[in-house]
Write a protein that binds this ligand. Structure first.
Ligand SMILES: [Zn+2]
Length: 198
């Protein structure tokens, strides 16, 4: 609508969210216009606060509002076993499983020659540093069982070999080609238990 530039701007903002097309963005913008004014302003403030207060843990890459995330700060967790995930969202999924009591490291992506993503784009150097400084003894690579996920896991096993850590990969329960994002807690839990050495 040409006479509603502010509405169009709101639709464009919602379209920036992953998986949201024009129709969904319009529905969301309409819903915002129908909200009570205080609720809409609270919504805007929540977005602003999230973007100013939440940041990535400098040690592992999980989200936090403190200097270090709650996992890195927790002495009751096993800091010798580290689950390497692609993004913070995957770590949140594993936390819901609750039987994992180790720590995390966020890779920040997957190796993909097709998309031009090389090793330098991933948080591998910081992982090597943590292995040395924190005495990590076991790495479990929790990438999805896709071509890029497998390639990344094998690459990690190769580059981490000199550091002497044991590197394993999530095991059975995850169908090939599937995304971790859609796995239920039981499947994640079994995949973790059934991990196999690389
Ligand atoms: Zn952390």
């Amino acid at each position: 609508m040409k006479d509603l530039p502010t509405y169009t701007a709101l639709v464009d903002s919602f379209r920036k969210l992953p998986g949201i097309g024009t129709r969904s963005a319009e529905r969301m913008a309409n819903a915002v216009l129908e909200l009570r004014k205080e609720d809409a302003l609270e919504f805007a403030e929540a977005i602003q606060n999230a973007k100013t207060k939440v940041h990535k843990c400098p040690n592992c890459g999980l989200y936090t509002e403190d200097d270090l995330c709650e996992v890195c700060k927790d002495d009751t967790r096993n800091h010798e076993i580290c689950l390497v995930v692609v993004n913070p969202k995957d770590a949140i999924a594993f936390e819901a499983v609750s039987n994992f009591r180790g720590v995390y490291h966020v890779l920040g992506g997957l190796l993909s020659p097709a998309k031009g993503v090389g090793a330098e784009a991933l948080n591998i150097d910081s992982l090597k540093l943590r292995i040395k400084e924190e005495g990590i003894k076991e790495i479990i690579v929790a990438t999805s069982p896709t071509l890029e996920g497998e390639t990344t896991a094998l690459f990690l096993a190769k580059v981490l070999e000199p550091s002497g850590v044991s590197v394993s990969r999530l095991g059975y329960g995850l169908p090939a080609g599937s995304s971790l994002e859609y796995a239920d807690p039981l499947t994640l839990s079994r995949a973790l238990e059934g991990r196999r050495k690389l």
